[in-house]
Ligand binder design. Structure first.
Ligand code: NDP
Length: 237
């Protein structure tokens, strides 16, 4: 059955790969990012018709509200929600600036709370599925990423609790926790040393994360789960 899928952070990286896979499966996709042109270009690049690209900063409640109003009016009920919008401001906590802490928490954690709440209103009567994109760093922790790690660990709590809150409405909530994935976010990293720690010996591709996201979106009896997609990196941590 074709559904309406909303992908926050869908203009590039992991979110774009999720958008592509959803469109390939015949779903209608709304791609959302702060950059309107990028969101629209991503939507236009997807296979099939009627996809939409919208601008929204997930950290801003009024923008999230407005976005779901537009979606409700032009596209109808939300079937799938994927929260892939995320930023990092990596630094040791001792050197982290308060404004960076706020930006990371508001984008990665508060943003997903706002989009989940808005999507749930649309899903309550007919069910649906949500996948939040966490991180292996949220599961394991990492020196130099305390704030980012806290935002992603918070998403795990959100995922498990919300799964309990809405299961009776046939709404499922799961989380995919990637390791190192080849995207703009990791472009600055020195890869040579890092890949030595990854049992599969390479960074993952965004399409390899999107496979896991689609699996969770489509699995009717899985909810409240954390699925790690990391080439085995957790085994070495
Ligand atoms: P990218 O930087 O490639 O893409 C991030 C996406 O999020 C873009 O579409 C960006 O668009 C959007 N975005 C960022 N901030 C906001 C905001 N405030 N409101 C709306 N959209 C926003 O990142 P990745 O694809 O690598 O990461 C996707 C998710 O996966 C993130 O949550 C990240 O933390 C997580 N992750 C990534 C890993 C990796 O190795 N790459 C590992 C583990 C987790 P725009 O800038 O136009 O808003």
């Amino acid at each position: 059955m074709s559904r309406l899928g909303i992908v926050f952070g869908g203009s590039r990286g992991i979110g774009l790969a999720v958008s592509q896979l959803l469109a390939q499966r015949g779903h209608r996709v709304v791609v959302v990012s702060r950059n309107k042109e990028a969101a629209q270009a991503a939507a236009e690049s997807l296979p099939g018709g009627e996809h939409l690209g919208l601008s929204c900063d997930v950290s801003k409640e009024e923008e999230v509200q407005r976005t779901f109003e537009v979606i409700g009016k032009t596209c109808g009920r939300v079937g799938y929600l994927v929260n892939a919008a995320g930023i990092n401001r990596d630094a040791l906590l001792l050197r982290s600036k308060s404004e960076d802490m706020v930006s990371v928490l508001h984008t990665n954690l508060l943003g997903s709370m706002l989009t989940c709440r808005a999507a749930l209103r649309s899903m309550l009567s007919h069910g649906g599925a949500i996948v939040n994109i966490g991180s292996l760093v949220g599961v394991k922790g990492n020196a130099g990423q305390s704030v980012y790690s806290a935002s992603k660990a918070g998403l795990e709590g959100l995922t498990r609790s919300l799964a309990k809150e809405v299961a009776a409405r046939n709404i499922r909530v799961n989380l995919v926790a990637p390791g190192f994935i080849q995207t703009d976010m990791t472009a600055v990293l020195e890869k040579e040393e890092l890949v030595k720690r990854i049992p599969l010996g390479r960074f993952g591709e965004p399409s390899e994360v999107s496979q896991a996201v689609l699996f969770l979106l489509e699995s009717p009896y899985i909810t409240g789960q954390i699925l790690i997609v990391d080439g085995g990196l957790q085994l070495a941590m």
